[in-house]
Design a protein around this ligand. Structure first.
Ligand SMILES: [Zn+2]
Length: 498
């Protein structure tokens, strides 16, 4: 049951198309915390932007949540795409978004997903730096982009402008200054992006899609090819799931108990990161602890430089650790506990990794709530999900209206609590309850509309770089892994060697 929506113009040519399949929606439910999307790809003969919504799964691989193809790049068009996305995903907004920085897209996000944190992709900023700045300004500007401690205050900005004699005419720079909270490391630090800075996810997806793509592709062939790529990515995920469910990541025999425990909990890809933090934690030691009721503050310092200190706060209930916070905020931003937290766990001689340090999205249980039945490489959706969708769509609205008064809230609450269910409903295990809400489904494949849709009109791109697509027989051109320019590798990249 695919979800899809489309629009046509006066002469029945396709102008907007959005679609997503059931498995993509399960993926969004489990991994839709950070969504990457950009519109700079045109891989069809009509030159229409191809806009994938991409995320990262529990194995650290790319997953696709949905896709859109549109005939223009106006704010209203992006708003339409985002609304379809939310309709499809049961109105679940992502925590944060990474985009290419297109103005119209940015405005659409502000109006449709105002509560989702939004940052601009550093890869696109790097590209634009080359286009809008002199060579001698680039290094200084890059420091502003990358340095986590340099707040881009007015004074700092004036200093940069004065040093490089920037005129007020440089519109790109002025715009970037106004948008600084969406890209400068000093502002994006401590925010939830799972450690991602750029649209590398959609880059890698596009490189997969591009592998056998031709610019002369019709939309039907493009969609078919996209489905093929999707199926390969899912096959790979299924293989990784199978492998990690039948093996445990390696830990040394003298590893701590919580490290051994973590190797069972996290997927191998996530455990790799966890293990690195555990290794780094050996450089820290707890030098003091301050108790205030259920809150304990641990002061840790670096072994070889005791002046470097951090204070972590832990809360306990009946001597079991309930929460732990570190000023570096790695756990909150990347869902991986930091080396400072592990230093405290060492000190506490923890025999297992505490629940407050485990984020479900990096574990083997990430998709536990609703299994999809796998038939070869395709996925089927259960009827129960369809019934659940109906209940939830209607229920959401009714409950919201009831919540406006205390009286109605109590009335509905007592009605729900006292609702007598058929015995066949059975009981729901804890595992499923933990999984919070589930996405609503929409049976869009019941095609009642039988309108004829014509091919879209060919359009001219709006200034965004058009990707050069490699044909079947064309020789591969090497692109730099750092600046993405063709013809040289990262080892000889002038920007990298700077
Ligand atoms: Zn930390």
């Amino acid at each position: 049951m695919e979800f899809f929506e489309y629009e046509m113009n006066d002469v029945s040519s396709l102008t907007r198309l959005f679609w997503s399949d059931p498995q993509s929606r399960i993926d969004y439910e489990a991994f839709g915390d950070v969504v990457v999307f950009d519109s700079t790809y045109r891989v069809n003969k009509y030159n229409l932007p191809f806009i994938p919504f991409v995320g990262v799964n529990h194995h650290g691989s790319t997953v696709i949540f949905a896709c859109a193809i549109v005939a223009d790049e106006k704010t209203s068009t992006y708003e339409w795409i985002l609304r379809q996305f939310l309709n499809c995903m049961g109105q679940k907004h992502p925590k944060s978004l990474i985009t290419d920085g297109d103005n119209a897209m940015r405005r659409a996000i502000t109006s449709v997903m105002p509560n989702s944190d939004h940052r601009l992709c550093t890869w696109h900023i790097e590209q634009n730096m080359g286009r809008h700045l002199h060579q001698d300004m680039i290094a200084d500007f890059r420091v502003l982009v990358m340095h986590p401690l340099i707040q881009m205050s007015r004074r700092k900005w004036d200093e940069f402008k004065f040093n490089h004699k920037v005129s007020e005419d440089n519109k790109w720079l002025m715009r970037m200054y106004n948008l600084r909270k969406k890209w400068a490391a000093a502002y994006t630090k401590g925010r939830f992006f799972l450690g991602m800075k750029s649209n590398q996810r959609s880059e890698s997806l596009n490189s997969k899609l591009h592998r056998y793509l031709d610019r002369k592709l019709t939309l039907v062939l493009l969609v078919e090819h996209y489905e093929h790529c999707l199926s390969r990515m899912r096959h790979r995920e299924a293989k990784l799931d199978a492998k990690s469910s039948q093996s445990v990541s390696f830990t040394a025999s003298d590893a701590s108990e919580f490290e051994k425990d973590a190797s069972h909990v996290f997927t191998p890809a996530a455990f790799k990161k966890v293990k690195l933090e555990i290794c780094k934690s050996m450089d820290w030691e707890v030098i003091d602890s301050i108790e205030e009721d259920s809150l304990v503050r641990y002061v840790i310092s670096r072994k070889e430089n005791s002046e470097k200190m951090k204070i972590l706060s832990c809360t306990y209930v009946d001597s079991s650790l309930q929460s732990i916070t570190c000023p570096c905020q790695k756990l909150e931003c990347e869902c991986i506990p930091c080396d400072h937290i592990f230093a405290v766990l060492h000190f506490l001689k923890a025999d297992a990794i505490p629940l407050c340090c485990i984020m479900r999205r990096w574990t083997m249980k990430a998709k536990n709530a609703f299994y999809s039945d796998r038939y070869g490489e395709t996925y089927h959706w259960s009827d129960q999900m369809e019934r659940y969708r109906k209940l939830r769509s209607v229920g959401n609205e009714v409950l919201f209206r009831c919540s406006m008064t205390e009286e109605n809230t109590d009335k509905v609450l007592s009605m729900l609590v006292n609702l007598e269910l058929d015995e066949t409903c059975g009981s729901v295990g804890n595992e499923e309850l933990q999984y919070s809400h589930v996405l609503a489904q929409s049976k869009r494949t019941d095609i009642e509309r039988s309108a004829t849709v014509h091919d879209p009109d060919q359009i001219m791109p709006k200034g965004a770089p058009t990707k050069r697509i490699r044909g079947f027989m064309e020789k591969r051109v090497i692109h730099c892994g750092y600046c993405h320019a063709p013809g040289h590798t990262i080892r000889s990249c002038p920007l990298y060697l700077r």
